[in-house]
Design a protein around this ligand. Structure first.
Ligand code: PLP
Length: 354
């Protein structure tokens, strides 16, 4: 079997055999008068051109833009409703309910386990090493991959802890599991990190999938645009599972503005500002008596440890400031998102007095 055939052998057999829904927009391009999709010929109320028509299932103009910013070929890109939809699609594509499993490395992003629960897939957990700033336990991950494990989720930089996973260790996992599991690297926050994305490794590693999103660095969380980057064969299978029209017309229009040269320049400036504010917070936070520990971060948030997280959260809430208590992941921790300078001043002001 070729490496790509070996990856496809991990897909649920029913999905491989599935004849996907063939939408009107997929079946026929061009033409002058569209009477094939039971659409209204116009939008009577809003006079919004195009809102009466179903959108392109995977708009080529958006795929091209995303491929450009992520440095991959357009054939490697699936546009999704946020990275979350990519997680759900991967579970439903690769894990047979009641039989297969995923592997996660807690403390990490909660949606992997939720998506596994929805699909009735098992979850094997191999914790990150707290004593080493939440480093991957690479040998333990590799040892834990049973034949049931179809997906290994690695979040880099990791939420909620904030650090990149070691690139060489991630690649070792990808290569060692080449024929045994798909490795999904969730890079939702990688724009804020000092290291480049692993997307450039997909061409050489068909079992590598990278998740990206416009939610964070592009400030686009409300529009729900993400991308699953993978080898074309994997993208083709995911396309069988995704809903027929995931990207609404207004979202496409807004995304194209966000990814215009001006939009990309604005995102770069936002990243610059947020990373500079992050440095200011990182310098100030350890000086406050309430803060027992500050973890290094490659993201737009900072995890701190305090004596009593509930008390600290209440102090924030009393001043109208909401952080996130992550104590169920790491005892007595609070995750603080980097905001505007004024918002960060509010964080510092409160924590200096707790
Ligand atoms: C690690 C990680 N992955 C994925 C997501 C989901 O992002 P999206 O808004 O693109 O669905 C989040 C959201 O917070 C996240 O923290």
């Amino acid at each position: 079997m070729t490496p790509i055939e070996q990856v496809l052998a991990l897909v649920r057999p029913e999905i491989l055999a599935l004849a996907p829904y063939s939408s009107a927009r997929k079946e026929s391009k061009g033409g002058r008068i569209w009477l094939d999709a039971n659409e209204n010929p116009e939008t009577p109320s809003a006079h919004q051109p195009l809102f009466n028509r179903y959108p392109d299932p995977q708009p080529p103009v958006l795929i091209e833009k995303l491929a450009g910013i992520y440095g991959v070929a357009p054939t490697h890109v699936l546009v999704t409703r946020g990275a979350d939809e990519g997680i759900d699609l991967l579970l439903r594509t690769f894990c047979s309910a009641g039989k297969d499993a995923i592997l996660t490395t807690p403390p990490t992003y909660g949606m992997y386990t939720v998506a596994a629960g929805i699909q009735n897939a098992g979850v094997i957990k191999v914790p990150l090493i707290l004593a080493k700033n939440f480093a991957l336990n690479t040998d333990a991950v590799l040892a834990a991959v049973t034949p049931e494990v179809k997906l290994v989720f690695l979040c880099s930089p990791n939420n909620p802890t904030g650090q990149l996973l070691d690139r060489a260790s991630v690649l070792r996992i990808v290569k060692t599991l080449a024929t045994r599991a798909v490795v999904v690297v969730d890079e939702a926050y990688v724009e804020f990190a000092s290291q480049p994305s692993l997307a450039s490794e997909i061409a050489a590693n068909p079992n590598l999938v990278v998740l990206r999103t416009l939610s964070k660095a592009y400030g686009f969380a409300g529009a729900r645009v993400g991308a699953t980057l993978a080898s074309p064969a994997v993208i083709a299978v995911l396309q069988k599972v995704i809903a027929p029209y995931p990207i609404p017309v207004p979202v496409l229009q807004a995304a194209l503005t966000a990814l215009s040269p001006e939009g990309i320049a604005a995102a770069r400036e936002s990243i610059r500002l947020l990373t500079s504010e992050r440095q200011r917070l990182l310098a100030a936070l350890p000086l406050f008596p309430v803060v027992q520990r500050v973890w290094p971060t490659d993201t737009n948030y900072i995890l701190i440890q305090v004596a009593d997280s509930a008390y600290v959260m209440a102090a924030g809430r009393a001043k109208g400031v909401v952080w996130r208590d992550r104590s169920k992941d790491v005892p007595n921790t609070v995750r603080i998102t980097v905001g505007t300078a004024d918002e960060n001043n509010a964080t510092l002001e409160i924590l200096s007095r707790v």
